[in-house]
Design a protein. Structure first.
Length: 162
């Protein structure tokens, strides 16, 4: 038996054994080179897995600032939510990742969004003792004017007042 290099056929076969990369794996691994490659190849940046998790959500939840920043800079939606209604901001608040929370707020994340259980990002920060994150979210709410709801339309009068 010799130590000859593997045949071309074996090399081709080995390529079929490789696990295909995807945005979620790259985001969770903080693999910015792979994220950039996949995005450049046309993979949808806001695609969701079977739980509704976006790559941005996974990078934020893991505290991977580099992958998170790349995805956000490439246009990932800061308001994506999973199947339970938990947003990227809620996950970052729950984990206590202050820089990621700040970046999400700057990118337009909706701090008033509520999940299916009735919690918003402030609720997550408060319930899990993330005091710095809670302070930032409260300050953000104080600086952000409330949404103005236009008054309801009144039906047109069909008769003149008597």
């Amino acid at each position: 038996m010799t130590n000859d290099p593997p045949s071309a056929a074996w090399a081709r076969y080995q390529q079929t054994m490789a696990t295909p990369s995807n945005l979620w794996i790259a985001a969770k691994a903080n693999d910015t080179a792979e994220l950039a490659r996949l995005l450049d190849a046309g993979h949808p940046i806001d695609d969701r897995d079977h739980r509704g998790y976006s790559p941005l959500m996974l990078a934020a939840y893991a505290g991977h600032g580099e992958a998170f920043a790349l995805l956000l800079a490439r246009g990932a939606d800061p308001n994506t939510a999973d199947l339970a209604g938990n947003t990227v901001l809620m996950g970052a608040a729950f984990r206590g990742f202050l820089p990621i929370v700040a970046q999400l707020l700057a990118a337009g994340a909706d701090a008033a969004a509520v999940n299916h259980g009735g919690l918003d990002a402030r609720g997550f920060a408060k319930n899990f003792g993330r005091t710095e994150v809670l302070e930032l979210l409260v300050q953000h709410a104080e600086r952000t004017p409330p949404a103005i709801t236009p008054p309801p339309s009144y039906p047109a009068r069909t008769q003149a007042p008597a």
